[in-house]
Design a protein. Structure first.
Length: 212
């Protein structure tokens, strides 16, 4: 290289070095490096930098149970007043009273019958006609002189029969069972053929029942 070219290149190189120092200071270079490092390792999305939020606590719905009092009488091991739950069945009341005695007549009992507050469950002995207890007012329709619609003994179900005076769950079930086995009634006094319905009971029913 000639002396002439050497003299021209050296000043140019010096100017280039000086320009890089002036236009790219060390602080700016470090800042760019830091920003690049942050973009690689630290996400800038503010949602990703939020503190961890605890999951919401599930609300537990409290189940409210309603207690009812049922009087269990007759051929059970431990007759008495028992606290049961609304929706329990007649069988639950009998089990609460220790179960049946050996003399109990259970064929006419409706085990599936739902119990209500102030209900009476009576288990008769064999050959006994169960006494009639007044059912809670909320569970049966009005009877006697307040009853305007007669009960059709050929189409009524157990609940319909229980709206009649002197007819409890056992007798209502007996009437339906008798009708299923022997056919519809041809006369009103045919009810007296049903076990548990005598002349006195029929006298109370005659003006409140019909065949059609």
């Amino acid at each position: 290289m000639t002396e002439k070219w050497r003299k021209m290149i050296i000043p140019i190189a010096a100017i280039a070095v000086l320009s890089s120092v002036l236009f790219f200071p060390r602080e700016q270079t470090d800042l760019v490096s830091e920003e690049r490092g942050q973009s690689l390792f630290e996400p800038k999305d503010p949602l990703l930098q939020m503190e961890e939020i605890e999951p919401p606590v599930e609300q537990v719905t409290e189940v409210v149970t309603v207690s009812i009092l049922v009087d269990v009488k007759g051929a059970v091991k431990h007759p008495g007043l028992y606290s049961l739950q609304e929706g329990d069945r007649l069988l639950d009341a009998v089990q609460a009273a220790g179960g049946y005695t050996e003399e109990a007549e259970t064929r006419l009992l409706n085990y599936a019958q739902k119990l209500q507050d102030e209900s009476v469950v009576y288990v008769p002995v064999v050959g006994e006609e169960p006494p009639t207890y007044e059912q809670p007012a909320s569970s049966v329709a009005s009877t006697g002189s307040n009853q305007t619609t007669k009960v059709n003994i050929n189409t009524a179900n157990e609940m319909d029969f229980q709206t009649l005076p002197g007819i409890g769950p056992s007798k209502a079930m007996a009437i339906v069972k008798f009708r299923e086995e022997h056919g519809v009634f041809s006369q009103l006094d045919g009810l007296k053929q049903v076990s548990g319905i005598g002349d006195k009971t029929f006298e109370k029913l005659e003006s409140l029942i019909t065949l059609n």
